[in-house]
Design a protein around this ligand. Structure first.
Ligand code: NDP
Ligand code: MG
Length: 416
């Protein structure tokens, strides 16, 4: 594996300084939501929250990538001001439904964010494709409810710096970060010793390296506790998802990467924990459904009455167990720590290589064990830039994708 350099540090963040700072909402004003990635798993849960609280929220913008028919149905139903079909270069036509403005292509996402005049932008797009519209929302001074972790992995320093300069919040939807955000509320000035990120362990917890080599796509998609889109489900099976979450937390909360520890917690009831320097630990618990963190960030700083889910029944959970993860079997988590310590363009290259590796695994072109192999090869070849601007990040992303595609071709050929 590529070797260790010094730590990546940012120990201050608008989060910790102003945990209770409020994005707008008065009872007389329905919060206007622009939902990017409306047709995915997080998109669907967001629409559920909006449907449950019609007096509080309205959808004013929607995007899908290729699911044109679903986008058209949603547009007819919800009558947003604008829609975007980002995977098409031609206007969505019928997919525009009854929206008054419609856009297409990747650049259409940033136009959508501006045109629909939202109060908040939910970024539920998968992958680094979420970066441009997130930056646009922040430039416009709009708070962002962020599910997409690849945005912070790819360009966390730039994104957080822009949010700070524009004085807007990034509200975390990812359940662990939403949990940490809640644990830190009211503790802005308390020194944190460590953050403990919990991981279910995915479908392959307890397997050996040899047992993992030939697992099928269907087995890797069979997550034990969370229902999610295919890409993050594979990331959970390799534990790359947890590595991304370390980087995401580092940027969101302004804490050094090495303050984040990962522990396997198969019941997924504790969503994460924060330990302060005096040894006190605050944990966040709840049912395993993304509806909860989404409702939390949309209503923030208020709380909505939850009548959709039964309370967490501790007698049914029976026990909460915690265990270490196997570093040999799941090398992706180590790669993420290492890329984060190096900083600069390394995490962008890590993310890009992972996006291609997962895509090729899902397409049946490489084996499960080929995912870390391919990422390692790309990072070994990466010529990192220490303090990159956006152009350098985009270049690192493109080069890592190209290198990953080449490697995937030779890995695929070596299987035949
Ligand atoms: P899904 O695959 O279910 O949905 C992805 C959404 O993004 C779809 O609306 C899809 O449109 C759209 N999309 C896909 N590719 C592109 C692209 N290149 N450009 C623009 N839009 C695109 O993913 P999830 O909802 O599971 O995850 C979304 C994000 O949230 C990910 O970053 C994930 O890591 C994060 N997250 C997800 C959690 C979950 O429980 N699902 C939990 C925590 C974080 P179309 O349908 O047309 O393809
Ligand atoms: Mg998570």
């Amino acid at each position: 594996m590529f070797d260790v350099l010094g730590p990546a540090v940012i120990e201050s963040s608008p989060w910790r300084a102003r945990p209770n700072c409020s994005p707008l909402m008065t009872p007389s004003h329905r919060k206007r939501i622009c939902l990017l990635g409306a047709t995915g798993s997080i998109g669907e849960s967001t629409l559920q929250v909006v449907a449950d609280f019609p007096d509080r929220f309205e959808i004013v913008g929607l995007s899908a990538h290729t699911s044109a028919a679903t986008l058209a149905r949603l547009a007819d139903e919800l009558k947003p001001a604008a829609v975007c079909l980002s995977g098409s270069e031609t206007p969505p036509g019928e997919a525009g439904g009854s929206a008054s403005a419609w856009f297409s292509g990747e650049e259409g996402l940033a136009k959508l964010v501006e045109a629909c005049e939202p109060d908040i932008v939910v970024v539920a797009i998968v992958g680094a494709a979420g970066l441009t519209p997130t930056l646009r929302a922040l430039e416009l001074g709009l708070p962002v409810a962020l599910a997409n972790k690849e945005v912070l992995v790819t360009a966390g320093a730039l994104v957080m710096d822009l949010a700070r300069r524009r004085g807007v919040q990034i509200l975390p939807i990812d359940s662990e970060h939403n949990a940490i955000f809640q644990c830190l509320a009211g503790h802005a000035d308390d020194p944190v010793r460590r953050v403990i990120l919990t991981a279910s362990g995915g479908p392959f917890r307890g397997r050996t390296r040899a047992e993992l080599a030939g697992v099928t796509v269907a087995e890797a998609l069979d997550h034990p506790t969370w229902q999610m889109g295919p890409k993050i489900t594979i990331d959970s099976a390799t534990l790359m998802n947890k590595g991304f979450e370390v980087i995401e937390g580092h940027h969101l909360f302004g804490l050094d990467v090495d303050r984040f520890e990962v522990v396997i917690h198969p019941e997924s009831a504790v969503h994460s924990m924060v330990e302060f320097v005096d040894g006190s630990i605050l944990a966040h618990l709840g049912v395993t459904n993304m509806y909860l963190p989404i409702a939390h960030v949309l209503a923030y700083p208020e709380r909505l009455e939850n009548s959709r889910f039964d309370a967490l029944d501790f007698t049914r959970v029976a026990s909460l167990t915690f265990e270490d993860y196997d570093r040999e079997v799941f090398p992706c988590l180590g790669y993420a720590y290492e890329a984060a310590r190096r900083g600069g363009t390394w995490p962008a290259a890590l993310n890009a290589a992972n996006e291609i590796a997962v895509e090729r695994f899902l397409a049946g072109e490489i084996q499960f064990s080929g995912i870390p192999e391919l990422i390692d090869a790309v990072l070994q070849a990466h010529d990192g830039v220490a303090h990159p601007g956006l152009d350098e990040i985009r270049r690192a992303d493109a080069e890592a994708r190209e290198k990953a595609r080449e490697n995937a071709r030779s890995l695929g050929l070596s299987r035949k």
